[in-house]
Design a protein around this ligand. Structure first.
Ligand code: MEV
Length: 291
């Protein structure tokens, strides 16, 4: 039974460790950002919605309509607090919200596995060859350890630590960055392997509350990502600045070539101070997340 309005929601995510290497089968750690949300609203329309195979939202909605065998006499509206193309999972979160809204509008139940499958179809357009990490994290309420093709496990920790997320103000270019790493061929392998090792060590540090190790591992991961050519001058400057004002570690996050960086610290006051310093240095927005 159709509803007057279908509503779908999702939250965003941040990758703590393992972006890019996760595409090649190494483990990654990512966190949901539950307070940064996106909503999609679907209503009846007299005209048919345009199908655009290059637009992830359109792909998400049409994948849902095709699955349900329904016609596209609908219009949609997105209300998002997730900045677009900043490595915070905007494309995955919007796709999830759009799929949920479509199923909700048609009054149909949606299993988690189907939602994940349809959202990853939309991610094929937004990224190339998505690992599935972004969708999985946007669907999770807790931090996860993720390995492409193998699955995920929840990571439960309660640390006296805060993560500062800072936006360089530049659009990230995940698809281009993933292609850039692919084009490096064999020369990327040592960096990818190292990123995978660092991610595993970071998991150990997280689970044993070893924050100085965790910070050091994050900074090393940033150096590897920089050597892969997926960072940006702006992110490098802000990472260096975060370290110079006392962060325990800092790195770019997500696909890169712009987008966001993260920095680790132990108290909320320190986190606020680092966030302010990063804004003074050019970050256009900052968020603070307790780990
Ligand atoms: C993008 O948020 C993360 C990447 O590792 C790509 C992916 O996992 O599909 C760069």
């Amino acid at each position: 039974m159709k509803k007057k309005i279908g509503i779908g929601q999702s939250h965003s995510k941040i990758i703590l460790m393992g972006e890019h290497s996760v595409v090649y089968g190494y483990s990654a750690i990512a966190l949901p950002l539950k307070s940064i949300e996106v909503f999609c609203f679907i209503e009846e329309s007299k005209s048919v919605l345009n199908r655009d195979p290059q637009d992830p939202v359109s792909v998400a909605i049409f994948a849902s309509l095709d699955y349900l065998g329904e016609e596209a006499y609908i219009s949609y509206r997105i209300a998002s607090g997730v900045p677009e193309r900043r490595g915070m999972g905007s494309s995955a979160a919007v796709a999830i919200a759009a799929i949920r809204a479509t199923f909700d509008y048609f009054g149909q139940a949606l299993s988690l596995s189907l939602l994940e499958k349809l959202a990853n179809q939309a991610e094929e357009v937004a990224h190339c060859n998505p690992s599935g990490l972004d969708v999985k994290t946007c669907l999770s309420d807790v931090a996860i350890h993720f390995v492409k093709g193998e699955g995920f496990k929840p990571l439960l920790f309660d640390l006296d630590a805060y993560l500062i997320i800072a936006d360089t103000g530049l659009h990230g270019h995940t698809k281009e960055a993933v292609e850039k790493v692919k084009a490096l061929g064999d020369s990327a392998v040592p960096h990818l392997k190292s990123l995978g090792d660092l991610s595993q060590q970071a998991e150990e540090a997280l689970l044993t509350n070893n924050l100085s190790d965790l910070g050091g591992l994050m900074t090393q991961a940033h150096k590897e990502l920089k050597q892969l050519g997926v960072s940006s001058v702006e992110a490098d400057e802000l990472v260096a600045h975060a370290l110079s004002v006392g962060a325990l570690g800092s790195k770019m996050t997500g696909g890169g070539l712009g987008g966001c960086l993260i920095a680790l610290t132990t108290t909320e006051i320190q986190a606020q101070m680092i966030a302010e310093k990063l804004e003074e240095k050019g970050a256009i927005n900052t968020w603070i997340e307790r780990l």
